[in-house]
Each structure stands twice: as C-alpha cells, then as structure tokens.
Write a protein that binds this ligand. Structure first.
Ligand code: G6P
Length: 613
C-alpha cells in the first residue's frame, strides 16, 4: 500500500511533505521517511513507526529544500525497520526513490546488479529499482527520465515511484503502473501524491497519471508525460472536487466516529440528483446510458474485497429479489486466479471504496478481457477502477479516512439498492407501487439514521461491558446476514477481538458449541425479515446462557425481553434494514475499541487502500 508525496516549487518542501504524509497515513504506518535536496546535498531521514516519529527525528536535522519526496510504508518486502524504510538511495547516493507497489522480478534484477558490483543494504524490492535506474543511467549516459523509462521496461510488477537526483535539484521524475499517482499543478510548483488529499489545500488542478506513464516535473516548465513505451502524452488537467474540511476531524476525537456520524449526509449525497421524491423515481446516468446491458444481463458478477464484498452480498439479495437476475458475489482475489467462466452477457460490478484495490483491479481486467460489461461502484473519483470500467456510479460518500470502512459501506449499499430497484422497475419484475414506495422510503433513510445516532451514548455505555470478551458472534438472516458479517469485521479490525458473522440458522451447525455465558452474541432481529425464525435462534442462545445484544425494530418487546442489551432502529422496508442495522454495529465496535485503548483510525497491520495482492 504505502503513501507517497512529492513537491517541487518555491516553498519549503518539508512542511508540505509531512502534512501530505499525515493525510496518507491511512495507507500504511510501519515507517516513514523523507528525502530533500538542499545546497548540493541529498538528505534522507527515516523513522520506524509513524509520521510523528519521523517529525521528531527530523527536528534535529537540516530540513531545508524546495524539492523533496516522502513516504509512509506498509511493509511488503522486508520487515518494518529503519533500513527497509523509504526513501532508498542508489549506490552512489546520487538518486533517492520512494515506491508504492511490488516489483515481482526484483530477485532476478538484484542478482544481475550484484554481478555489476552493486551492494544492497535493505531487503526491499525498492532498493533494487533505484539501483537499476542508476545502473541504466550510467551505462547509457541518459537523463533521469530516460533512465526511469529504460529501467521500467525491465520491471514486472506494480509501482508508483518518485525519483530525485542530487545534481539536478530542479526535477522530479515519477511513474506508475497499478499503484495510484496524482500530480497537483500550482503556480510554478508541482505536487505529487498517492491520492489528492495532500494536494487539495494548494491547488485544485490535478492530473491523474495513467498506467505505464512517466511524468517529468521540472521547475519553470510544464508537466511532461510519456509512456514507458516512449509515446508522448498530452496531460489531461482535471478540477478537484474535494474540500479541506472533508479531510479534518471537525471536532470529533477520531475520523471513524466522524464518518459514522456523517452517514445521514453521505447517504443524502449518494442519492442527490438520483432519487426524486416528486417524480417518485430513481435516475442513474450509468444505467440510462447502458440500459440494454442491464436488461439483457443473464448474470451479474459482483467482485470486491473486505467491507465492499459485504456490500456486494447485500446487492445480491436485492438484484435477485427485484431484478430476478442471478448474482454471484466473488472475492476479487479468488476470482482473478481461478479461471472463472465469464462471457459477453455477464454484467460485472466491481465495488471498491478506494478504487485502487489491486485484486479488484485485476478482476476487472480479467472480466473486461473476456468481453463482460463492467459497471463500477467506487467512492474515490478518478481512481484506477472507475477509469478502467465501461460505466459506473460513484458513491459520493466523500473522503473516508478511518481505515475501518463505515460511510463508504452504507453508500455502496445505497447505490446497489437504487440500481436493483431501477432494473426491477424497468424489467417489470417489481410493481410500480412497490418501486414508488421504496423510492419514498429510501429518501427517509438519512433521517432514520439520525434517530439511531441519538443512541450513541447508550451504546458507548454498554460497550464498556464487553471489553473483557475474547470472541463475539454476530447473527443475521436474509439481508441482515451480510450486516452480521460486516459487524463482526468492524469489531475485529479495530478492537482485535475475534468475531465471526454467521447466518443465524447456521449457528446450530457449529458456532453453537462456542456459546457459554462468556460469549456475547449480537443478533439482528428486526421485524422486517424472518423475525420469528430469528426469535427461535435467540431462544437457542438463551438456553445456553449466551449474552444477547440485539438490534430490534422500535416497539419490539419480545426480543428486547430476551436480550441483555438491545438497540432499537426504526422500521423500514426489508431491503433497507442493512442501512440502519449497520449503524449501531459500527458504533458498538468503535466504542469497544476506544475503551480498550486501540488506535481506531489506524488499526495495527491494516491499511485502507490495499494496492498489493
Ligand atoms: C482494506 C480496507 C477495508 C476495505 C478493503 C477493500 O482491507 O481496510 O476497509 O473494505 O480493503 O477496499 P476497497 O477500497 O476496494 O473497498
């Protein structure tokens, strides 16, 4: 994963780079480092741990310079220590590089370089790359851009890189393949980053670097782009639609709780211009432009990872129920490698918050190569996946900084439900009356979420009771089964408590053996959706003295009386319950993690954007 930042211009680079790293820390926080050119010196400073550790280390150093590159690492090759931290010097210490991605043929390249007399200090693939660039540069007598180009022609793998050269303090060369890279264009200055968040406060003019493109940013010149195959490209400058306030905590102690509380707004944003109460209709331009593809699809394949996969599973229930199209929900990492049967009548829907997840990107490539129509559901505008799809729909949840996904999940579910209802309406597989009722109800969901958020304090109180727990079980049926999976994932991601989500009735085929008075069991037992059946499942847990935490519909007394703790959510159509039931589970996971003293925004070993497979 890793986050990369670069700056060249008239300002001091250090504060810009550090602030940029802090914005990108969600991408990895094993180590951080910076390289600055000043007064004929190429200074590299690194620290194990977080950006704050780097700041402390660099406080005693010369941090001057108006050109620099910086990196926050999520370790792939080599343990997270100081030696493996980026930037990496080349042999002569003339060049410094930062890298996000994986060079797959690094071992072979390294062998060749060792034979040429190169020595290596780290275990990283990145150091191999910078040595290779230096070797190519010296042996061909070319400039940095050409050296990068020639070197990358020998490389197999994924990368976003930035390279600087001690003797040429007026140039940064960057390139990408598979990993994201954005250039910000200011007045007499350039910014580079893994996403637009480090750039937004300086300029709204950006260029999303394309795959296999090399960018040269030279003081006093315009941005130059060419491909690895040496074809000149005209930069496409786009306007950023992002504000700084979206990137700040706005008075909340953590991004995660801010993002949970933003959901009434983010859901309204997802529906804005799409759901019309007056016309009782849903409009999605990606659907209108490709109507036949949707109506004629023989099958839908949803491909995603993590939380996005859970959203996809809810999509399956909705597409099958409303549009009567068979749906498969695939883990992108499995799908891409198991030679799946895909054909031109398939509609493939990748779902990704970041739009950069390497496995989902590869799944899209595969499905596209087999002729399927690809309709992406992504949050980050301009990311790699939406750029690779035939059409799609942005979720418009705004930047999600907390590593554990919350608002992006509910926005994904909202988009999937809109799409399923729309196809159902057009195909005539749902009645107009039901469609209109759902449109109206969808518009009510943000207010219903507000009512659930009012219970935050109550949830934070009872969450304290459960910090002792080593394990949790989450149960739900129908549309609530994926919610149970997502609830369990949230808890384990941020509190490090082992949690499993299960279809409630499956419990008796295994997990019931785990139930004792020590075991908290979270049951989603709302009125809409197999209520009586779930009540029976609760009885089974109760009989074995499990601790029951239930999510019930307002006014419910039966389940409430059977539960140790219960949280009420407003009644709604069955398909919309996940949008409501997810909220208390997010809050519960958050509060348990906070009481346990965990870093909720940056849980250990995780990263938000998984650009390695
Ligand atoms: C990581 C994140 C999860 C996310 C998953 C898929 O594991 O920590 O929050 O759900 O990647 O990411 P995507 O950006 O493709 O939705």
């Amino acid at each position: 994963m890793c986050g990369i930042v670069g700056y060249i211009g008239k300002q001091q680079a250090y504060p810009i780079l550090i602030k940029g790293l802090q914005r990108l820390e969600y991408r990895g926080y094993d180590s951080a480092g910076i390289a600055l050119i000043h007064d004929g010196k190429l200074n590299v400073y690194k620290a194990k741990g977080k950006v704050a550790d780097l700041v402390q280390f660099a406080s005693q150093k010369d941090i001057s310079g108006n050109i620099g590159i910086a990196h926050t690492r999520w370790a792939t090759h080599g343990e997270p220590n100081l030696v493996n931290a980026h930037p990496h010097y080349s042999q002569s210490e003339e060049l410094a590089i930062i890298h996000n991605g994986i060079i797959e043929n690094y071992a072979l390249l390294k062998e060749g370089l060792i034979k040429e007399g190169y020595t290596f200090h780290s275990e990283t693939d990145t150091e191999v790359l910078v040595q290779l660039i230096e070797y190519v540069k010296k042996s061909n007598g070319v400039d940095l851009t050409s050296a990068v180009q020639l070197a990358l022609n020998q490389v197999i793998g994924a990368y976003a890189i930035c390279v600087i050269e001690k003797s040429f303090p007026d140039v940064i060369v960057a390139a990408r393949k598979g990993s994201p890279l954005v250039v910000g264009i200011g007045i007499d200055e350039f910014f580079l980053a893994s996403d637009a968040t480090p750039i937004v406060e300086y300029t709204d003019q950006v260029v999303y670097v394309g795959d296999e493109e090399i960018v040269t940013l030279q003081r006093g010149k315009s941005i130059e782009i060419k491909t690895i195959a040496n074809v000149q490209k005209t930069p496409e400058i786009k306007k950023l639609e992002m504000t700084i306030s979206q990137l700040e905590k706005g008075g909340y102690p953590h991004f995660m709780i801010k993002e949970i509380f933003e959901q009434p707004k983010t859901l309204s944003d997802s529906m804005r211009g799409r759901v019309s109460i007056d016309e009782k209709s849903i409009k999605l331009s990606g659907f209108i432009d490709n109507k036949e593809k949707f109506l004629n699809a023989k099958r839908i394949i949803i491909t995603a990872c993590g939380t996005s996969w859970h959203a996809g599973l809810i999509g399956k229930y909705a597409f099958e129920e409303f549009a009567r199209i068979p749906v498969e929900v695939e883990y992108s990492s499995e799908f891409r490698y198991r030679n799946p049967v895909i054909n031109e009548q398939d509609l493939v829907i990748p779902i990704s918050q970041s739009g950069e997840t390497a496995d989902t990107l590869a799944a899209v490539e595969l499905a596209k190569s087999k002729g399927a129509f690809i309709f992406g559901i992504c949050n980050v505008v301009g990311a790699s996946i939406p750029r690779m799809t035939h059409s799609g729909c942005y979720t418009h949840a705004g930047p999600e900084i907390g590593v554990a996904s919350t608002k992006a999940f509910t926005a994904q579910v909202t988009v999937l439900l809109m799409l399923a209802l729309l196809i159902g309406k057009e195909k005539g597989t749902i009645t107009n009356a039901f469609y209109e009722k759902c449109v109206e109800e969808l518009a009510n969901i943000p207010n219903k979420i507000k009512r659930i958020l009012e219970q935050n304090e109550t949830i934070s109180q009872f969450a304290k009771t459960f910090t002792y727990a080593q394990n949790f079980i989450y149960l739900g049926r129908g549309y609530n089964f994926p919610v149970a999976l997502e609830g369990a994932l949230k808890l384990k991601e941020i509190s490090y408590i082992h949690a499993e989500g299960y279809p409630a009735a499956e419990m008796k085929h295994g997990p019931i053996a785990l139930i004792s008075q020590e075991m908290p069991v979270v049951v989603i037992a709302t009125k809409a959706g197999m209520y009586e059946k779930v009540v029976s499942n609760i009885q089974e847990i109760k009989a074995r003295k499990g601790k029951i935490i239930s999510i019930v519909t307002e006014g419910d007394v039966v389940v409430k009386n059977l539960s140790d703790y219960s949280i009420s959510i407003p009644d709604t159509e069955e398909c919309f319950v996940p949008l409501l039931a997810a909220i208390p589970l997010q809050l519960m996971a958050y509060h348990i993690a906070v009481v346990k003293g965990c870093n909720v925004d940056q849980p250990r070993n995780l990263a938000k954007s998984v650009t390695v497979e």
